[in-house]
Design a protein around this ligand. Structure first.
Ligand SMILES: C[S@@+](CC[C@H](N)C(=O)[O-])C[C@H]1O[C@@H](n2cnc3c(N)ncnc32)[C@H](O)[C@@H]1O
Length: 267
């Protein structure tokens, strides 16, 4: 399999250096917690700050449903073999799941713009002896350092919500996936009916920010989560964007009563 990075090595190195920006406390910038008012750098700092407790809190706050959600998202790529991309890989769980489901026929590139997150992912890969199958790199979802048509499939899990320039991010995704390849978005959504519609907002807006803030030591980061979802809340929002970016057969699946959704499309 030809490595998708080869012709873009210099671009990637530049991106790598640009990502090594000094980290400073995010609190000053988080004034109104409107994700559209946040800069790339403040969002990166937010994730830099919570990287040490990210996995623990994910499992705790979702009652370990996050593991199932990622599994289901990666299952959307069933039958796709070859190079896969995990955008906003964070601590690398989607990338690892792509390999676990790949029957030895996949290689994965995991990209994220937060260095502490990528370091956590690297530790996991070393522990699981997966460094030969998963390549990790620092880079921005808005300027993917890959050739056109490089990947057979890609996932962005809990990442698109954090990117104010969603059209640009999606157009980059469509560019790097080859024709017939699949783009899969896994994202928090707000339940639109049933019991979840009534009980979930209380948990999401009141309980989660408190517990998350208390354990991570970053109150703002976990207050940001419900705010980032409230602006882009339904699968319809994501579907429209994906159709607009040129994907076909755009399709949504609601998970856990609609608190999380998978939205996918084919190039
Ligand atoms: C909520 S975490 C999700 C991590 C992982 N995908 C998961 O399933 O747990 C969001 C990640 O998106 C990354 N991110 C946000 N905006 C990004 C961008 N423009 N380019 C690359 N990574 C970005 C953050 O650094 C963070 O690691």
């Amino acid at each position: 399999m030809l490595h998708p990075l080869v012709p873009f090595a210099s671009h990637f190195t530049a991106c790598h250096q640009a990502c090594q920006l000094p980290s400073y406390a995010s609190s000053a910038i988080m004034i109104w917690m409107n994700p559209y008012a946040l800069t790339q750098e403040s969002i990166r700092n937010l994730f830099n700050n919570i990287a040490p407790t990210y996995d623990f809190l994910n499992h705790l706050l979702s009652l370990r449903r996050d593991i199932y959600w990622r599994k289901k998202a990666v299952l959307e790529l069933d039958g796709h073999q070859g190079w896969m991309l995990d955008i906003a890989t964070g601590t690398g769980d989607v990338a690892i799941e792509m390999i676990n489901q790949g029957n030895g026929k996949r290689k994965v590139f995991g990209l994220d713009f937060s260095e502490p997150m990528i370091r956590k992912a690297q530790e996991k890969l070393l522990k699981r002896n997966l460094s030969g199958k998963i390549t990790l790199g620092l880079g921005d979802a808005l300027f993917l350092p890959f050739r056109n048509n490089s990947f057979v499939g890609l996932v962005i899990a809990f990442g698109l919500r954090n990117i104010p320039q969603k059209e640009q991010a999606l157009s980059e995704m469509v560019r790097v996936v080859r024709p017939g390849g699949k783009v899969v978005v896994l994202e928090f959504t707000l339940p639109e009916r049933g019991l979840m519609k009534r009980i979930y907002p209380f948990y999401f807006k009141r309980v989660l920010p408190r517990v998350g803030g208390w354990i991570s030591g970053d109150r703002h980061a976990y207050a940001y989560l419900p705010d980032s979802v409230s602006l882009f809340r339904s699968t319809k929002d994501y579907e429209k964007l994906m159709v607009h970016s040129g994907l076909r057969e755009v399709f949504s699946r609601l998970l856990t009563g609609g608190i999380v959704s998978i939205i996918s499309g084919i190039k």
